[in-house]
Ligand binder design. Structure first.
Ligand SMILES: Nc1ncnc2c1ncn2[C@@H]1O[C@H](COP(=O)(O)OP(=O)(O)OP(=O)(O)O)[C@@H](O)[C@H]1O
Length: 525
């Protein structure tokens, strides 16, 4: 192992052997082994549905395993409930953070524990302790008295980590912590993780971004279909290709589909956005997308990218500007008009905004195209399911069962289902917000190919992604957004990741300079 002396293979902090957990119709865990050393970052990898979340819920005491053994510091333990896990020093930072929005930072950190419970003096003590924990995490700017719901995602995550520290956690499980963070925030998180491991705290880290594993991980365990297929691999030395093969059971050329060489260069634009503005979010955004073209919006989280898509879609009412589809101006702030004109939006927050959790997978996929399956007033369920099945196969939704309730799918598979809905619907203009968030490496390349296929059929596509390589690999043209303004527009092959980051940072500096009245010669769109 390449890390600190703390990662020498000594007595493991945690040992899991032969863990089994079955749900009706599926063995989510079918004999999982995992060892975690004190002070290491142990990465847990696997495709969507491989069993990662189920395993960490077992560790967190939220699920009871049907079989298997768990030892903690050499002693057999039973994690009968979340309190049992917590009292041993196991803390979990879930993807959907379990914070209470309406409470303060300090209240959340000490929720349910004594320090927050008694009178004023304890309140100020709680605030002081919370401040000290956040300072230890390198985030003294997060005020203990701030309401958690008002904080950005990265700060909320720090509050969760502070809570783990306040419980003297020796093992912190982080389930896709980077999914909601931009590059700079991920680097800061990694700084925090390095400090934690230097103090001998172990971290189990889950992510679908394999480049992160190399940067922050010490060892890797790979799950496939509920089983451990490899464990203890060195994170930096194991080739990415090998990890992907272990995860998927096949070789994947992790490539983007080829761009069309002869773009519909002189075709009329299908989507025209002109001088669009939304007070407090973005201003003067103009771009066009021709049929067959994929335009990417790159920028940091919070730069206004998602708001641009939502405004084009009519979900927000612009303060200025216009949107045209095939030359016809849409009524501003009217999603009905946008949908009628053929615009589709696959939003970022798929789970809360888009998924019908209690409905079957096939209905979730067909819901926006039901007209297609109706004849003389009857819905052909057979046709509906057949169409859904095709999408499920193409996107490798697991299990590939269209009758299953959406709520029983793993997070990444739920993402694929909502995406499938928009891929099935006949849109002329498709707006995709973070189309591969939480999606595994195998399905990513399938999604890229499907998006390109839609473009080849004449759809105008706009893609927002916080992963800059994804925007550059997929799009034909890229708009770089910084602080709510388009700071550059280029063909994708004229850019690389560093160039985009430089423009984003320059745009941010420019905005600050402009706000303080200083001259700034930026790179205009
Ligand atoms: N409560 C449940 N009821 C039925 N099946 C479930 C339940 N929870 C999980 N499963 C199934 O167990 C399997 C493993 O799911 P899990 O959420 O652990 O996967 P994962 O590796 O975390 O995936 P992702 O990367 O998509 O988050 C999946 O087939 C899933 O559909």
């Amino acid at each position: 192992m390449s890390k600190s002396p703390g990662v020498q293979v000594t007595a493991p902090l945690l040992q899991m052997r032969g863990i089994v957990k079955a749900f009706p119709g599926v063995r989510a865990l079918d004999g999982v082994d995992l060892d975690v050393q004190p002070g290491e970052v142990h990465c847990l990898l696997g495709q969507n549905g491989a069993g990662k979340s189920t395993l960490i819920k077992v560790l967190a005491g939220a699920h009871q395993p049907d079989d298997g053994e768990i030892t903690w510091r050499g002693e057999p333990v039973r994690l009968g409930n979340p309190q049992a896990a917590m009292s041993l020093g196991i803390a979990t930072i879930y993807q959907e953070l379990d914070l209470v929005d309406g409470l303060t930072v300090a209240d959340n950190i000490f929720l349910g524990r004594e320090v927050a419970r008694f009178g004023l003096s304890h309140l100020s003590r709680a605030n002081r302790l919370a401040g000290a924990l956040l300072a230890r995490l390198g985030h003294p700017e997060i005020r203990p008295t701030a309401e958690v719901g008002s904080l950005p995602a990265a700060a909320q995550q720090m509050v969760s980590i502070a809570r783990a520290l306040s419980q003297d956690a020796r093992l912190i499980i982080m389930d896709e912590p980077s999914a909601v963070l931009d590059n700079e925030e991920v680097e800061r998180l990694f700084g925090v993780i390095r400090d934690l491991t230097a103090d001998d705290v172990a971290v189990v880290y889950i992510s679908h971004r394999l480049e992160e594993i190399r940067e922050i991980g010490d060892r890797i365990t790979v799950l496939k279909d509920g089983r451990t297929v490899a464990t203890g691999l060195p994170a930096r030395e194991t080739p990415t290709r090998e990890v992907i093969t272990l995860m998927t059971g096949r070789d994947i050329e992790y490539v983007f589909p080829p761009r069309r060489t002869a773009l519909a260069g002189d075709a009329d634009p299908l989507l025209e956005v002109d001088g669009l503005a939304l007070d407090g979010h973005f201003a003067d955004v103009s771009f066009t997308v021709r049929p067959g073209e994929i335009v990417g919006l790159a920028g940091l989280v919070g730069s206004g990218r998602s708001e641009i898509l939502e405004t084009v879609y009519g979900a927000r009412r612009p303060s200025a500007g216009s949107v045209r589809v095939a030359g016809r101006r849409l009524r501003p702030g009217d999603t009905g008009a946008a949908v009628a004109a053929g615009i589709g939006l696959a939003p970022e927050e798929r789970k809360s905004q888009a998924l019908l959790l209690g409905e079957a997978v096939y209905r979730n996929i067909s819901i926006s195209s039901l007209g297609r399956f109706a004849s003389v007033g009857f819905l052909s369920r057979r046709a509906e399911k057949a169409a859904a099945r095709k999408q499920v196969t193409a996107l490798e939704v697991r299990p590939a069962d269209v009758e299953r309730e959406a709520r029983t799918l793993s997070g990444g598979n739920q993402q694929k289902v909502v995406l499938a809905r928009w891929l099935l619907r006949d849109c002329r203009v498709l707006l995709l917000d973070e189309p591969t968030r939480g999606v595994d490496v195998g399905a990513r390349s399938e999604i890229y190919a499907l998006i390109r296929e839609l473009a080849d059929r004449g759809v105008a596509v706009v893609v927002v992604s916080s992963e800059i390589p994804e925007v550059l690999g997929l799009a034909d043209r890229v708009l770089v957004i910084s602080d709510g303004a388009v700071v550059a527009e280029r063909t994708a092959d004229a850019l690389d990741e560093h160039a985009v980051l430089d423009m984003v940072m320059e745009g941010t500096v420019g905005a600050v300079a402009a706000a303080s009245g200083t001259q700034h010669g930026g790179d205009g769109a």
